[in-house]
Ligand binder design. Structure first.
Ligand SMILES: Cc1ncc(C[n+]2csc(CCOP(=O)(O)OP(=O)(O)O)c2C)c(N)n1
Ligand SMILES: CC(=O)[C@@H](O)[C@H](O)COP(=O)(O)O
Ligand SMILES: [Mg+2]
Length: 645
């Protein structure tokens, strides 16, 4: 039996010898590689924290001591040593283990949100609570160098530094990368701390000599390590964190479990807030990941374990954006691009290669991205801020009060909008077409296919006096859906039979709308399908179209509360149109992880489900009754029928 089988909980780790722990680490790496190769997930980050996680769980006593992972994408090892080895094969599978911590899975897990830079704030709160309650518990927060570029992390550090009673150990997991090398002054400061050769050399000599003395040596090394502050200050620039009044231990080799345990034990003894600076490597121990220059297998698709070769992926929405934004950049020298540490994932790497001086990676700092974009716009540029839809939530006030209030021509390109699936509740981009509805002047475009993406991006960057949004989902776009007509700003995709049902298909739901029409037409129900293209503000043509039909069916890949359907209904009511409106969208709840298609099926956001609901709606009112009301052929105004009730 392997050593991992013997680990039913973190305390079992304390019974293992150094040799057994080394073998355990190898077993864990092997399982991580084989599982992620098929299930997908975050391989690089987890390979980088194998020894670190073992050390944490040997020094601290989870769940009494709370271990908080920032972003949570690097918690697979934590899951394996906290009783979930047997289910690990279900990672990111529907009904299986989440790719992030999950309270439902284990009381060793606490933070489920995958949005970066939050861990230190949670930890600050937890540590304060334990101090007030007089509970003898430590909080360990594991935060990556990338997550440290997020403003929230510094808001937390600012507070942690003035709470000496907080028994808080902050483990900076410094692998020098987010996806790509971490940017900014912070990264430089961390690099200085981790790479000062003189400091390292002296420390190495001391370590070798002291540890050679059996028994006393390591304690003496620890003591010197504590004293090393003087040594380090003399040899290295004043510590970034110590300037804040935070105790600092490190840097320590995060792949040297023994050294890491010593550093953690020393930090634990401080009894107050302390930083342990661990130097790790993303993808450590798997050559294809370590050599993967783009992102060291941050989140690979399925791949071959032997070679590391990823299975070829088809073109996704992002690829079409990547091409379109370069064409925009070619003809618009005022257009600049901004990413929040996700250059390739959001499709800006080609633009960056072509226009390096007009591309800015601001780190995991969406709030700064938005307001910096407002500044760029005020300075005469047209910024395109490309982020995943869910992460723009963090910058709502910046979009509202920094961009829209000042009527800044900034374009936000929201990738991964709608249901994303695999990454669970905090990754679904189901909020933007609700949250942004309240922003005065801001316009939202939702392309139905790649051709419309290009068109709408071109239109968006031409808007100079208001923020614009172009949002599209994860994965491959559908085949182009041509328009048969244009009414106002809306593309008419289908017009068949009498004007029974008006389907308003928003964005990527265009294809679904057309399929709904096919099903309804087969039932003898007349259908018009329109794609508004710009979903905010509501196109006035929709008021007239709704008035002409007996039922309006709105479809959107967004939450139903405050979304496009709700806003359309509000607009129709205000215009005195009484045509009933059926709103189809994402239920306003946190959706557990599963494949996008499976979730859409489960929530009824499919052509079959929507068509069935419409037929039931029409049939419950019977066509004769409808005829009685209007005296015309089958499929006349449901509005009157509604008035009958
Ligand atoms: C607010 C927010 N923006 C962007 C992301 C996407 N994202 C996930 S992991 C990651 C990089 C994290 O880097 P780091 O904190 O150094 O952790 P590592 O992967 O290196 O262990 C990013 C940008 C996110 N999860 N949250
Ligand atoms: C943890 C995180 O936020 C990202 O790594 C995200 O998981 C990537 O999502 P995609 O796989 O959709 O690019
Ligand atoms: Mg990192």
């Amino acid at each position: 039996m392997g050593h991992l089988e013997a680990v039913t909980g973190p305390r079992d780790l304390r019974d293992l010898s150094d040799e057994q722990l080394d073998l355990l680490a190898a077993e864990i790496r092997d399982l991580l590689i084989r599982t992620v190769a098929t299930n997908t997930g975050h391989l690089g980050p987890n390979l980088g924290v194998v020894e670190l996680t073992l050390a944490i769980h040997r020094v601290f006593d989870s769940p009494r001591d709370r271990v908080v992972f920032d972003t949570g994408h690097q918690a697979y090892v934590h899951k394996l040593v906290t009783g979930r080895r047997e289910q690990f094969g279900t990672l990111r599978r529907e009904g299986g283990l989440s790719g992030y911590p999950s309270q439902a899975e284990s009381d060793h897990d606490i933070v489920e949100n995958s949005h970066a830079s939050t861990a230190l704030s949670y930890a600050d709160g937890l540590a304060k609570a334990y101090a007030i309650r007089g509970e003898d518990r430590h909080v360990v927060a594991v935060i990556g160098d990338g997550a440290l570029t997020g403003g929230m992390a510094w808001e937390a550090l600012n507070n942690i530094a003035i709470n000496p009673q907080s028994r808080l150990v902050i483990v900076v997991n410094d692998n020098g990368r987010s996806y790509t090398p971490t940017i900014g002054g912070l990264a430089t400061a961390l690099a200085t701390l981790r790479t000062d050769p003189s400091y390292e050399r002296v420390l190495e000599v001391v370590k070798r000599r002291l540890n050679a003395v059996p028994g006393v040596g390591s304690a003496a090394y620890d003591a010197l390590h504590a004293v090393k502050k003087g040594l380090k200050d003399a040899l290295a620039p004043q510590g970034l964190f110590e300037d804040l009044g935070l105790k600092y231990v490190g840097p320590v080799d995060g792949h040297d479990r023994v050294a890491t345990e010593k550093a953690l034990a020393q930090a634990k003894r401080f009894g107050g807030p302390v930083i342990v600076h661990a130097i790790t490597r993303k993808g450590y121990g798997y050559d294809p990941a370590e050599r993967h220059e783009a992102d060291q297998f941050h989140a690979p698709g399925p791949f071959d374990v032997q070679t590391g070769a990823e299975k070829p992926k088809g073109r996704i929405w992002t690829d079409h954006f990547a091409e379109a934004i370069v064409e925009v950049g070619e003809r618009r020298p005022d257009v600049v691009a901004i990413t929040a540490a996700m250059m390739h994932p959001v499709g800006l790497d080609t633009f960056a290669a072509r226009f390096p001086e007009r591309t800015f990676d601001v780190g995991i700092a969406e709030q700064h991205a938005a307001t910096s974009a407002a500044g760029l716009a005020m300075g005469g540029m047209h910024p395109v801020v490309a982020v995943y839809a869910t992460f723009l939530n963090r910058a709502f006030d910046q979009v509202l009060m920094d961009c829209a209030l000042h009527r800044c021509g900034v374009t936000f390109v929201l990738d991964r909008s709608g249901v994303t699936g695999d990454d669970g509740a905090s990754h679904n981009g189901m909020w933007d077409m609700s949250v942004l509805q309240v922003v005065p002047g801001l316009r939202i475009a939702a392309p139905r296919d790649a051709t419309r993406l290009r068109e709408l991006l071109d239109e968006a960057v031409d808007v100079a006096d208001a923020p614009t949004v172009v949002r599209f989902p994860k994965g491959p776009p559908p085949e182009d859906v041509p328009a048969v007509d244009r009414v106002g700003g809306c593309d008419v995709l289908v017009r068949s039979g009498t004007r029974d049902v008006l389907v308003v298909a928003h964005g990527a739901m265009g294809t679904t709308g057309v399929e709904v029409a096919e099903r309804l037409t087969a039932q003898g129900i007349g259908v018009t399908v329109v794609d508004p293209r710009w979903v905010k503000p509501v196109d006035e043509a929709l008021v007239g179209l709704a008035r002409e039909h007996r039922l309006v069916v709105s479809i959107e890949d967004n939450g139903v509360v405050g979304g496009c359907g709700a806003t359309l209904l509000q607009t129709l009511v205000a215009a005195g149109v009484e045509t009933p409106v059926r709103i189809h969208g994402i239920p306003q709840e946190f959706l557990d992880h599963a494949k996008r298609a499976a979730i859409l099926e489960r929530i009824g956001l499919t052509a079959q489900s929507i068509a069935r609901e419409v037929v039931e709606h029409v049939s419950t009112r019977g066509t004769d009754q409808v005829d009685d009301v209007t005296g015309e052929g089958p499929g006349r105004s449901l509005v009157d029928a509604d008035r009958q009730r």
